[in-house]
Design a protein around this ligand. Sequence first.
Ligand code: NDP
Length: 290
Amino acid sequence: TDTPVTVIGLGLMGRALAGAFLKAGHPTTVWNRTTSKADQLVAEGARLAPTVGDALRAGSLAIICVTDYRAVHELLGASDVELDGTTLINLTSGDSAQARETARWAEQRGARYLDGAIMAVPPAIGTAEAVILNSGPQPEFEAHKSTLDVLGTVTYLGADHGLASLYDVAGLAMMWSVLNAWLQGTALLRTAGVDAATYAPFAQQIAAEVAGWLPGYAEQIDSGSFPAEVSALETDARAMAHLIEESEAVGVNAELPKLIKEMADRSIAAGHGGEQYPVLIEEFGKPRGG
Ligand code: NDP
């Protein structure tokens, strides 16, 4: 807990990160464009640095968490900034290409660079619920893991700096898919007077059951072979048609079921109707019509 830490960017998230380091007893130096956002942290014992360069000189471990990568480059590109010898952990949200490009940029300036993604809201920082994903050189991650642990559940994904961003968006895809499917079903049932709270436990059970299929289906994808062990894609496509018809008949939105069926139909047209659902990875793995 005596490792000095620098936190650059004191928005909602940056303040939560710096607060967690302070609470754990780390000497914490902070910098923010709008200095007043440091007031509370300074009252709790943080040191407010006058410039980004000065903040980075305070120690060898620096976290940056600002709006976007453009702001990261603007701040770290300043003339008094010396990155040589610094371990920089960028927890700013961005895409995988930005992460890889920023890694090259920082490494050329002598920094050791880890990219990260925060899958949590600021009040969760400092608790186990806050999942923080990291990618980049493993020795660097290992060297700082115990310091990062005060932020939440810190996970290392691999050497490719783009992985944290990719896992981040993959998680969003999963979250919205589950929520949208639940909303579709809720809209259908409400037409018959069933309220959302009545359907929610059913939906939860189905989501859990489907989630249980993933490891087995993943084996099919990784082996590139999709025998229809439980159901063929054409059988699923007939059920999709049924979902569309029912949605239209009771007057609820059918856009999402139609989109799902369009993808299945393309896969069937490509000759995969007799194979199992995960064969759709071939549709997901390329641009539309590609
Ligand atoms: P805020 O809008 O609260 O804070 C943005 C921060 O970026 C402020 O410190 C702001 O400085 C700084 N900033 C933006 N542009 C510049 C610039 N050009 N130069 C200097 N500083 C700049 O956002 P959050 O703290 O909520 O989010 C920060 C990052 O964390 C984002 O990438 C976000 O996606 C990610 N994140 C946030 C979550 C959340 O729930 N809040 C959840 C997961 C990830 P100033 O105060 O001067 O405006």
